[in-house]
Ligand binder design. Structure first.
Ligand SMILES: [Zn+2]
Ligand SMILES: [Zn+2]
Length: 314
């Protein structure tokens, strides 16, 4: 009997320790870009820190990936938007309305909180107008709560944009191109640990400044073969708005995160020149950076612990 009790107590303590270790968790919900492929859905990152469940961007398929991560669609505290390019936000109506449904996977009970750059509030108001028929009909027909389909949206600037339950979210201004302003990355701090998500940016000194010493740095990457770059204006424009692997390597080498992870792969090709592979991205990064690096995949997850960052999913 005594032995059984000892075994039980050990189990309880080990579960408690596990919970403690996993109390700051980052899941890559989507690591793709506009190409509509199944392997990489649109950019979206889930950050679970203490009692807070936060989303950064909501690209295509964010709803499905959140469901796969066992998070209720109505169960997140806030959505943060890096910028208003469609590939980063096109999943919002699905998440918002499906999360409102009276169902085991939805059931949001309060307005959805959205924080994003200038234009976010107007976009959310217009989105509500777009879906007015659905909202009115379901309120009348299914008795769904009109309050719970509301959206509490805020336009933000750089700096601290959210503070709750010991979790701080800061917007970091990045450089996504002269005509694509404003654009932000985000830093989430909790209990002396941190993650930075780059959003879309060219090589950015400001991102390095705010990411220096961070535990986990989640960064976008864009690449095309030289042959294609030489003859395609379209591809040159896209690459000029993003960070290439060699440049991202320099960002990692200077910011020195405990772990660098790629998400939002923008790999350009056409009918005659194939897009670079993940191996090409890794090799190019290694010309400027020798530290810890993971090429992210959808649903890969990481625990940010006191003594380092550990991959826990996939
Ligand atoms: Zn963009
Ligand atoms: Zn993008």
């Amino acid at each position: 009997m005594k032995n059984l009790l000892a075994i039980l107590m050990t189990a309880v303590f080990s579960i408690a320790a596990q919970a403690q270790q996993n109390d700051f968790k980052v899941t890559l919900l989507g690591t793709g870009s506009p190409p509509p492929v199944l392997k990489r859905f649109g950019p979206a990152v889930l950050v679970q820190a203490g009692r807070e469940t936060l989303l950064i961007d909501c690209g295509r398929g964010c709803t499905q990936r959140l469901f796969q991560s066992n998070v209720k669609l109505g169960g997140f505290d806030a959505l943060f938007i890096t910028h208003l390019h469609s590939d980063h936000i096109v999943g919002i109506p699905d998440l918002w309305l499906t999360g409102w449904l009276d169902s085991p996977f939805g059931s949001r009970t309060q307005p959805m909180r959205v924080v994003g750059p200038a234009g976010t509030k107007a976009m959310m108001e217009n989105m509500q107008k777009t879906f007015q028929w659905d909202i009115d009909t379901r309120v009348a027909d299914q008795n769904l709560s009109r309050a719970a389909v509301g959206i509490n949206a805020t336009d933000m600037g750089a700096g601290v944009v959210y503070e709750r339950n010991g979790v701080t979210v800061s917007a970091i201004e990045v450089d996504h191109g002269d005509l694509i302003k404003p654009a932000f990355g985000f830093r989430v701090d909790y209990d002396g640990r941190s993650v930075v998500v780059s959003g879309d940016t060219r090589f950015s000194e400001n991102l390095i400044k705010h990411a220096t010493g961070v535990d986990l740095l989640v960064h976008q990457v864009a690449m095309a073969k030289d042959e294609l770059l030489a003859r395609s204006e379209r591809v040159r424009i896209i690459l000029a708005h993003h960070t290439r692997p060699q440049e991202a390597g320099s960002v990692f080498a200077r910011a020195k995160p405990k772990l660098a992870v790629y998400y939002h792969f923008v790999l350009q090709g056409d009918q005659s020149v194939p897009a670079p592979t993940e191996k090409d991205v890794e090799d190019a990064t290694r010309t400027t950076y020798g530290g810890p690096l993971i090429l992210g995949e959808d649903l890969m997850a990481f625990a940010i612990e006191k003594d380092g960052v550990r991959q826990i999913g996939k």
